[in-house]
Design a protein around this ligand. Structure first.
Ligand code: ATP
Ligand code: MG
Length: 140
């Protein structure tokens, strides 16, 4: 898989609230190419594994429950400087702190239900892409 990728999920709350199309539109407007995408649902076990880095945090149980509470859209996105530029496009973790016009400012309802995930490093982007997609499902 090429570098300059990031991994995202449209989280269950944003899917429930009918924001899939609007969020994909923001992603396209932001200059990202979709190289893989699926509509799927995480089991509690898979959600726990995905966010294992937060296992000791007080919100871990709530996070796992939320992330496995309904379908998500998982996608791999490609752009120069993808990880950092996507974090800019989505805004701060807490939507109350997210800049005007960012995806979280527009579509998140709380820090726990914050509309989208974005990888935090190139290394994690590769790990997360491979966690959700086989090589034959990515088209760069
Ligand atoms: P993500 O990894 O989902 O892109 P992030 O990198 O902005 O989000 P992290 O610190 O990795 O933030 O936290 C992972 C997720 O855990 C957050 O997106 C949020 O849903 C949840 N979370 C983080 N901090 C809190 C908190 N203080 N209270 C409740 N939930 C939280
Ligand atoms: Mg994170």
């Amino acid at each position: 898989m090429a570098s300059n990728i990031t991994f995202t999920m449209i989280k269950p709350g944003a899917v429930r609230n009918g924001h899939i199309g609007a969020i994909l539109n923001e992603i396209n407007k932001g200059g990202f190419k979709i190289v893989a995408m699926k509509y799927t649902k995480l089991s509690a076990e898979k959600a726990g594994e995905f966010y294992a880095v937060h296992k000791e945090r007080p919100f871990y149980g709530e996070l796992v429950e939320f992330m496995s509470s309904g379908p998500i859209v998982a996608a791999v996105l490609q752009k120069d400087n993808a990880v950092e530029d996507f974090r800019t496009l989505i805004g701060a973790t807490n939507p109350a702190d997210a800049a005007e016009g960012t995806i979280r400012q527009l579509f998140a309802t709380s820090i726990g239900e914050n509309a989208v995930h974005g990888s935090d490093s190139d290394e994690n982007a590769q790990i997360e892409a491979n966690f959700h997609f086989a090589g034959t499902e990515m088209f760069s």
